[in-house]
Design a protein around this ligand. Sequence first.
Ligand SMILES: NC(=O)c1ccc[n+]([C@@H]2O[C@H](COP(=O)([O-])OP(=O)(O)OC[C@H]3O[C@@H](n4cnc5c(N)ncnc54)[C@H](O)[C@@H]3O)[C@@H](O)[C@H]2O)c1
Length: 445
Amino acid sequence: MTLDERLQNVAVIGAAGKMGSGIAVLIAQEMAKLKLKPENNDKIYRLNLIDVSEKALDGMRLYMKTQLLKVAEKSTVTLRGIYEGREDLVENAEIINAFVDDSYALLNFTTDIKVTKDAHLVFEAIFENEEIKIKVLKTLRELVNEDTLFMTNTSSIPISYLDEKAGLGGRIIGYHFYNPPVIQRLVEVIAAKATTDELKDVAQELGKKLRKTLVSSSDISGFIGNGHFSRDGLYALNEVERLKDKYEYHGSIYIMNKISQDFLVRPMGIFQLIDYVGIDIIECLLRVMRTHLDDESLTSSLIDKMANNKILGGQYSSGAQKDGFLKYEKNRPVGVYNIEGGKYFSFDDEWRKNIDNDLGILPEGYSPWRTLLSDAKKQDKLKAHFNNLKKMNTWGAKLALSYLKKTKEVALKLLSDGVATSADEVNAILTNGFYWLYGPINDYI
Ligand SMILES: NC(=O)c1ccc[n+]([C@@H]2O[C@H](COP(=O)([O-])OP(=O)(O)OC[C@H]3O[C@@H](n4cnc5c(N)ncnc54)[C@H](O)[C@@H]3O)[C@@H](O)[C@H]2O)c1
């Protein structure tokens, strides 16, 4: 069966979630484009959007309309080609609205998993709980045809484990979209031991259709992206434990956030990133990796305490950032949490000046990530930045160089453990998925 044939009947499980809803938008557009080809006029196309939460599905109806409109607005040239024969559609707005309606007409929002029975391709995007994922995949296996293929969005559960436990016989592959799937270019592809060649080909072909950058990872818990992120984050968390006697929790978190964002020229500090991903999600990620890798070092008592206190970060449905390690106003960090006192400390207060003083200045000629992003000479400037950092004798420079070294070691360990097969793969994940300007395997350190 060709990919285009598979795209006649598709299901997304966990469709109302963050990832499921984004995947639904991407697939709905592709299905609508196929359906609108003259030769497919009389074929029935169906995208089943399945979730256990009726309420979330209700919210999703509006979400799908808004998102489909947004993407249609950006593709008027393509859409003009698609609707070439439709003389009734003249204005851009008419074409856009027609595409939104045609895409929306393919959708079936439901809590009834049985509708998947005719699906040729199933995307699984239920939250990261292996018992539930396995239970649902088993149910699906019994419902669908023998040639139905499965793509799971798991962030950390080995695909071979899911395959074996759910008895899918190699009809599953890890297709790890990054958040949000509509915007993020990267998809990490993880084949299980038994994944069929046909499914590997479908995964590649779909990536091309969706114009995604595909990077393969070995089937080892956490894969490349979260394999690196979890350990990079744990380093900062452990540094906080080391520094807290002198600077307390809020000061130490501030220090490591500033070191990672400013001194290492990343898009956001490590604690802002942890808040963005969600503290409960990190707790879960570490738990899954700890179990599957049998590695007790993959743990953080600070993460556990924050999760117990229900200070979780993540986003409101409006997209606004919730407070976590940092406090946010209009999505910008304005303060930092101290778990011991249970309160946030404002960045405007005196404590911060003392810490900035202890850290010392940034290297001469420093440009923040956002400025360098569009700078044609960014590689030269980054090189100069890290060279300058190495010449400095400040405490901030020392902390930054230790972090840079650690982050490289983590990446090299992913290589020696066989999670990645080349430095390019690791660097591609960090630059494409995490928007770093340089890969962790570099000559800066
Ligand atoms: N959020 C991220 O940044 C991110 C990034 C990459 C991958 N992932 C992975 O994607 C998957 C989904 O994550 P998310 O953040 O979208 O989670 P989420 O909590 O936003 O959404 C999960 C959805 O699954 C639904 N659900 C739960 N049990 C179900 C069942 N039995 N049948 C059908 N629906 C069910 C929930 O109602 C919810 O709508 C996870 O495996 C996660 O690890 C997440």
